[in-house]
Design a binder for this molecule. Structure first.
Ligand SMILES: *Cc1c(COP(=O)(O)O)cnc(C)c1O
Length: 444
């Protein structure tokens, strides 16, 4: 064996090179490109339970779970069987079918929403819910919070979260977070600071009569995990005094933090809610819903147009039904996820302490972010506080644990997601890898 043998290129490297020749940046969604942590993204060959296997045959304990949907673990037998059965009956009808009714009945039962409309992504869900709010109220403006991400519709790419925090750097005040978004669109989106009830109250006092809806992440995942304070939640509910609709974007938290999402966990009373991710069990599904009097404004019942060629797709409905059905049949999963993630948080805490690495952990149930900065656990509450994290220290952690077979989210400003397939063995491996990562990380 020669000492200076050139590193042989991996299949992931070869695939990434080919991908870059035919797809912008080599990926179909930006954070997958590993830009903020460096290195070559792993191309995944298959996934099972808590594990991803890449194109070179390396296995990883997965903490992304397809960015949230895979709460039961990958390749779950019940989901696979449901999709396989649906597949035998044809892949798309362009006409209503029974599975859409079954999933709508299940979602309304679990969430208390009276009507639900299925779309194919979280982006479509939030975009459509905002159109509905504008249609109902006859108002033009919407209000969102710094660092909250609601998908990539024009009017929502203003002060948006993770993918933009790590690709565009610092964001300007209420400026579009993307090229191609006209200032005129961005001007219809007002922005306030998350967890700042006084700022929200004063903005509402001044402009409330013009604001159709306030949209928010009830637990933020897209700036890293941020937890709303009770005072902030109270201020959110007060926006309705101005005739403004309150829209909880539960695309990430829905069916993850409880069977009724953050709404159930935190006792929220939103007018409209948006879902995605888990609702499709790994296939493309989004949804929005709420009280009948509001939702009946949607076409063909009402004047707010919204449509979709593949909406209610039978394979996607089957995956959603199997996933939500499994969660409903086994609600103990939520305690199991909470226990695992709590042990993970405690283990990271003590490993970082032993190594003298600054770390601040935010966690709700199976959502967790370990920010690389030396403030107490649970104290990071705003986008600006999150943005003060040491991203170089995070990149070291990420690469170190990746090399040890742990696939963490490739950005400091993301939540990780635990699944029901994660058990003692995975926890032990993860904490051993984290120990090594912190011990070898530079101290500040
Ligand atoms: C992922 C996400 C979206 C966008 O969903 P897509 O299916 O990626 O379009 C919207 N809102 C929140 C809170 C999300 O986490």
């Amino acid at each position: 064996m020669t000492v200076n043998a050139p590193a042989t290129s991996t299949r992931s490297e070869a695939l990434f090179a080919r991908a870059k020749a035919v797809t912008p940046g080599g990926v179909n969604s930006p954070v997958r490109a590993f830009r903020s942590v460096g290195g070559t993204p792993r191309f995944i060959a298959h996934a099972d339970g808590a594990y991803l296997t890449d194109a070179d045959g390396a296995r990883y304990v997965d903490y992304i779970g397809s960015w949230g949907p895979m709460i039961l673990g990958h390749n779950h037998p019940a989901v696979r069987a449901a999709v396989a059965e649906a597949l035998l009956g044809g892949t798309s009808f362009g006409a209503p079918s029974e599975r859409e009714v079954l999933l709508a009945e299940l979602v309304t039962r679990l969430t208390g929403a009276e009507r639900v409309r299925f779309v194919s992504s979280g982006t479509e869900a939030t975009m459509s819910a905002l159109r509905l709010a504008r249609g109902v109220t006859g108002r033009k403006f919407i209000l969102k919070f710094r660092g909250n991400y609601h998908g990539h519709a024009d009017g929502l790419l203003v002060e948006a979260g993770s993918g933009l925090m790590t690709t565009s750097g610092e964001l300007g005040a209420a400026a579009p977070s993307s090229a191609g978004v006209p200032e005129e669109y961005a001007a219809l989106t007002l922005v306030s600071e998350y967890n700042d009830p006084a700022a929200l109250d004063s903005l509402m006092a001044e402009r409330g009569h013009e604001i159709a809806a306030v949209i928010f992440e009830p637990v933020v995942g897209n700036a890293g995990v941020l937890i709303p304070t009770p005072e902030f939640l109270a201020a959110l509910h007060r926006v309705r005094d101005s005739g403004t609709l309150l829209i909880a974007d539960e695309v990430m938290t829905g069916f993850r933090l409880s069977l009724n999402g953050a709404t159930g966990l935190l006792g929220l009373e939103p007018d409209l809610r948006c879902w995605g991710k888990i609702i499709g069990g790994g296939l493309p599904v989004g949804a929005y819903g709420g009280r009948a009097e509001l939702m009946e404004y949607v076409s063909p019942s009402g004047p707010v147009y919204q449509a979709g060629t593949l909406s209610g797709n039978p394979l996607a409905m089957a995956a959603g039904l199997a996933t939500l059905g499994a969660l409903e049949a086994n609600p103990g999963i939520y305690q199991q996820l909470d226990r695992y993630t709590g042990q993970l948080a405690a283990g990271l805490r003590s490993a970082a302490d032993r190594a003298g690495q600054p770390l601040s952990i935010n966690r709700v149930g199976s959502m967790l972010t370990a920010f690389h900065q030396g403030v107490p656990d649970g104290s990071i509450a705003t986008y600006q506080q999150a943005a003060a994290s040491d991203t170089a220290a995070f990149a070291h952690f990420f690469q170190s644990v990746l090399a040890q077979g742990i696939y963490w989210a490739p950005s400091q400003f993301e939540s990780i997601f635990v699944s029901a397939a994660h058990g003692d063995l995975e926890l032990e491996r993860t904490l051993a890898a984290a120990e090594q990562a912190y011990q070898t990380g530079g101290t500040l």
